[in-house]
Design a protein around this ligand. Structure first.
Ligand code: GTP
Ligand code: MG
Length: 314
């Protein structure tokens, strides 16, 4: 599948939801990855809109519109749909811990959907059940809550596609994955997906993940037979650990070629790739978890992926 050429390399992401849904916190967590809890615990409500932007793969400028969710601001946006023009993706955050506000959250979502319909918004609407903290993962009530909202929203908006994510700032990987859903539309990932899939299917890897150095998960593949508990308890923790590690390397200006860690019967391996695109160097990492016996073979396969990466990101 060819990537449709874009008018420009600008990309607009709108983050909306009621006040206190955790929008600003999620963005801070995503940027900082560690040592951010003090900062987000005492966050003040966002006044109107917080604009920020970052470069993605040195090529794209991602503009984030963090729409303060207090009622007085919501009114302004709804009366001025121009705010939402040229949105590439909308993220809608719902505080899954705050049952009292579900009705209001769904109402606001519906108001926004009306606007997006009129603007002929072309993509999926990404709904994040935020504050789905790790301790609630196996909680039936929380699962019922998300099912209820999903069913309601889907059945009342059959013309719109939705993607749902459970997110929490206690699990950075969950936020990174939700973000990659939209950014991936900028990339042509077929060959990379095949390469990573091959590692998982043929080389005893539990997972194989491609990250940017700023901690966006570009492509992730997991062993099908892994059960969801194992995934949620162990793997998401590892991925968040990797993301923290990359951020520390960046913050402290440290260079590595690779890193290997052993735990029980598993070998976790991270390799750095430097990819030249538009005369700029992009740092990417691939992380895998494999067995002691397979690690050498996996390293050879990863060498081969270097060329695939180079051709995929030019
Ligand atoms: N338990 C938990 N608390 C969270 C999470 N994300 C945010 N919070 C808390 O929720 C509160 C509100 O977070 P904000 O990020 O300010 O919410 P917001 O959506 O930006 O609010 P407005 O700017 O008013 O629209 C803060 O006290 C955060 O610490 C999460 O994943 N889990
Ligand atoms: Mg805010």
């Amino acid at each position: 599948m060819a990537v449709i050429p874009r008018k420009s390399n600008e990309f607009k992401l709108v983050i909306a939801g009621l006040d206190n849904a955790g929008k600003t916190s999620a963005l801070i967590a995503l940027r900082q990855k560690y040592n951010f809890y003090e900062r987000v615990k005492n966050l003040k409500p966002t006044i109107k809109i917080d604009y920020s932007s970052f470069k993605f793969l040195n090529k794209y400028r991602i503009n984030l519109w963090d729409m303060g969710g207090q009622k007085k601001f919501r009114k302004i946006y709804i009366n001025n749909p121009i705010y939402f023009e040229d949105t590439d993706y909308i993220y809608y955050l719902i505080d899954i811990q705050d049952e009292v506000k579900f009705e209001e959250a769904i109402e606001y979502l519906h108001e926004l959907l009306k606007i997006f319909r009129n603007l002929a918004y072309p993509n999926e609407v990404i709904v994040c059940f935020n504050k789905y903290d790790p301790q609630f993962r196996n909680n039936e009530e929380f699962r019922d809550r998300t099912d209820m909202i999903k069913n309601l929203v889907k059945s009342q908006n059959k013309d719109i596609k939705f993607e749902f994510y459970n997110t929490s700032y206690y699990d950075i990987s969950s936020i990174s994955k939700a973000l990659s859903r939209s950014l991936n539309s900028l990339l042509n990932l077929n060959e990379i997906d095949n390469g990573l899939n091959n590692l998982v299917s043929n080389f005893n890897c539990r997972y194989a993940i491609l990250y940017t150095d700023s901690g966006i998960i570009i492509s992730d593949h997991y062993l099908d037979t892994m059960d969801i508990r194992e995934f949620e308890d162990k793997i998401s923790h590892k991925i968040s650990g990797d993301l923290e590690f990359f951020q520390m390397l960046k913050d402290e200006n440290v260079n590595i070629d690779d890193r290997i860690t052993f735990s029980h019967d598993k070998t976790d391996y991270v390799k750095k790739f430097s990819i030249l695109s538009e005369n700029m160097d992009n740092t990417l990492y691939i992380g895998v978890s494999t067995t002691v016996n397979s690690i050498n073979e996996v390293k050879i396969e990863l060498e081969k992926l270097s060329n695939v990466l180079q051709t995929s990101f030019v």
